[in-house]
Design a protein around this ligand. Structure first.
Ligand SMILES: Cc1cc2nc3c(=O)[nH]c(=O)nc-3n(C[C@H](O)[C@H](O)[C@H](O)COP(=O)(O)OP(=O)(O)OC[C@H]3O[C@@H](n4cnc5c(N)ncnc54)[C@H](O)[C@@H]3O)c2cc1C
Length: 404
């Protein structure tokens, strides 16, 4: 049967576009090269799917030009997403603004979307799309064995993050071949690899702290929360939040460093006083005197970096050494050599440039009838439900335009 629209990619944004179009009576074909639809959604929010955030603002989105996000979120924001998912049977559960399905199961989101697709008669075919040709007033979509043609098509193939879940970058290649400019892609919401050799010694530690990212010595981003130390370097939500700037800096050949504040609850002066108190009124060694303040694995590393012998009597530690230790705790610089790679990344920064896309409709300015939704575009959100919100928002805008 002739279709009104063909959507390539049955991830978050592709399925949402399909549902919106089909609800308005359009005949939709959804092409997906994985065995299952919505595979990536299953991995989101640690299996709970943080599908939006009530603290929604255009400031939570990044890209070369995201000034349009305010208007886009006005058209379809967090409350609209909550209402949409309620219409599918997903009751929201909110934790500090973060919104999850009440059952806290990402599978519920996929199941609910699948049921709706089926109910609306959306045809889903397992096909890998390898080529798209723009004809005079239609598109030819070539898969491994078939060719489809349609006047309106949507590229909802995602970026390059977590390719095992389906987004292998093939959509970006097809977009480029269709003449679209691709803003260089880098992994984002990802751990960062550090140069120093002490990381394996402190791997496994999680502690509250602040990370400030410097690119060529200039502050590029800062975030605070639970830091995680790994064999390769630093991770955790605050590191994820600054990671896109690190990735871009590395890609551009710049010097990237992070300044870690392990004791963000203390001012440097208060910390010096606290250390003096602990060291100068005790029978303990330097190492022992820090137990209860710092994770035990971290103590020998920090003492060594401050030139203090772990076994020396704490009362013998002089003020300059205490100041040195406080500095190591408050302003520890680490050199970022790389990110942990696309395969581990939650999202792709970069993608199809918004300059060649109508920001009200997600339609290509080069090929009318071609639309983009979700992560394939040069928009990435911070951690907290913003990337899925971008999928819902862009899918809503595209489907509204396709429906006409
Ligand atoms: C581990 C993890 C946790 C995350 N947690 C959250 C979270 O809690 N909240 C949040 O907001 N965001 C989260 N994200 C990010 C979010 O999941 C993505 O930004 C979002 O799913 C992107 O949706 P999309 O539709 O653009 O692309 P995708 O979900 O990547 O879907 C693209 C689809 O297209 C298919 N496809 C690709 N190429 C082709 C082709 N050539 N032919 C046919 N089919 C093709 C793929 O198989 C895939 O199904 C997380 C990501 C990861 C990896």
């Amino acid at each position: 049967m002739k279709k009104d629209v063909i959507i390539v990619g049955a991830g978050a944004s592709g399925m949402m576009t399909a549902i919106c179009c089909a609800r308005n009576g359009l005949k939709v074909l959804l092409l997906e090269h994985k065995d299952q639809v919505g595979k990536k959604i299953l991995a989101t929010g640690n299996g709970k799917c943080n599908y939006t955030n009530r603290n929604m603002s255009e400031n939570c989105f990044r890209g070369e030009d995201v000034t349009f996000m305010k208007q886009a979120l006005f058209s379809f924001g967090a409350e609209d997403a909550i209402t949409f998912f309620r219409s599918l049977g997903i009751e929201p559960k909110e934790k500090n603004g973060y919104v999850y399905p009440y059952s806290e199961q990402a599978a519920a989101v996929v199941d609910a979307m699948k049921m709706e697709l089926l109910h609306l008669g959306v045809e889903i075919q397992k096909q890998h799309v390898s080529k798209i040709k723009a004809l005079k007033d239609a598109f030819e979509i070539c898969t491994d064995g078939e060719t489809f043609s349609c006047k309106k098509i949507v590229l909802a193939t995602g970026g390059k993050a977590s390719s095992k879940l389906g987004s292998d970058g093939s959509g970006l290649v097809m977009a480029r071949k269709l003449g679209h400019d691709i803003v260089p892609t880098v992994p984002a919401l990802i751990g960062l690899c550090c140069k120093e050799e002490y990381y394996p010694q402190i791997a496994g530690i999680r502690m509250q702290g602040k990370v400030t990212l410097l690119v060529d010595g200039e502050k590029a981003a800062e975030d605070e929360g639970e830091l995680q130390f790994t064999k390769y370097g630093i991770s955790g939500i605050p590191v994820f939040q600054v990671s896109r700037y690190a990735a871009k800096g590395i890609e551009e050949g710049k010097q990237v460093e992070a300044v870690i504040d392990y004791m963000s609850a203390f001012s440097e002066n208060d910390l010096i006083e606290c250390l003096k108190e602990r060291f100068h009124h005790t029978y303990k060694t330097a190492q022992e005197a820090l137990i209860g303040l710092l994770p035990s694995k971290m103590i020998p590393v920090l003492l060594q970096q401050s030139g203090i012998k772990a076994t020396m009597k704490a009362e013998k530690i002089k003020e300059p050494q205490i100041k040195q230790l406080a500095m190591q705790l408050k302003r520890k610089k680490t050199k970022i050599t790389d990110t942990n790679g696309f395969e581990q990344a939650q999202v792709t920064a970069g993608g199809v440039s918004m300059k060649e896309v109508d920001v009200n409709t997600m339609e290509s300015k080069i090929h009318p009838g071609l639309y983009f939704t979700g992560e394939i575009l040069d928009v990435d959100g911070i951690c907290g439900g913003y990337n899925l919100q971008w999928c819902w928002t862009s899918a809503y805008l595209a489907s509204r335009a396709i429906i006409g």
